[in-house]
Design a protein around this ligand. Sequence first.
Ligand code: ADP
Ligand code: ZN
Length: 210
Amino acid sequence: MMRLILFGAPGSGKGTMGDFIQRDFLFPKISTGDILRSAVQQDSAEGGQARSFMESGGLVPDELVIEMVRQRLSRSDLGTGYVMDGYPRTLTQAEALSRIACESEKAIFIEVSEAEAVERLLSRLTCNNCGAIYNRLTKPPKRDGVCDVCRGRVERRADDNEEAVRQRFRVYAERTMPVIDYYDRKRVLARIDGGGPAARVYETLKGLIA
Ligand code: ADP
Ligand code: ZN
C-alpha cells in the first residue's frame, strides 16, 4: 500500500490535487480539514472541541486529530494506496503517522507564492456538504451557490477571511515547515511548482506518482 502525503501552504492546491489523485488512482483522499468540518457540521463532541481553533486559523489539538486519522486509516477501503491532505501538520502528528505501517511513502511539497495562495483563498468557494472546491473567478459552480457534484450549498469557508488566513500562514510556517523538513530528511520528499492552472500542476504531479 502506498501513502502519498501532500504538503503546501493554505491555498497551495493540496485539496484540489488530492481530488484529482482520488479520481485517477482511486486512492481515497483523507483530508483532516474535511473530516473536522463535517464533525463541526454534525455538531459532534469532536466538532465542538475543534470549532474555535478552526475558525481562528489555529490548529486543532494533536490528540484529537491523531485519533481521528487513526480511526480513518483502520477502515478497509484503502486498497492500493491513499492520499493525505492536510495531515500531518505537526511533528507529533508526523511521528504518529510514521508508526502506522505502509509499503511505500511519498511526500509532495506543492510550492506557491504567498501572494497567489492568498488570492486563491479569498476567492475560493467550498461545498459545505461534500467539500468540492470552486473558485468565484476561475471555476464557479454551474448554478450559483449549488454544488455540481452533490447539489449541496457552495459558499465561502468560515476561515477563508483575511484574519484567519494570516493566522493559518503563521501556523504553517511555525508548525508545518519543520514537518516538511522531517520528510526531506527521510528522503521521500519531492517539490513541485504549484503556481498557475491546476490542470498543469497536476500533469507534473502525476509524473511523480506513477
Ligand atoms: P488549509 O490547508 O486551506 O488551511 P484545511 O482544510 O486543511 O485548510 O484545514 C482547515 C483547518 O482545520 C485548519 O486551519 C485547522 O484548524 C484544522 N486542521 C486541519 N488539519 C489539521 C491537522 N492535521 N492538525 C490540526 N488542525 C488541523
Ligand atoms: Zn458538494
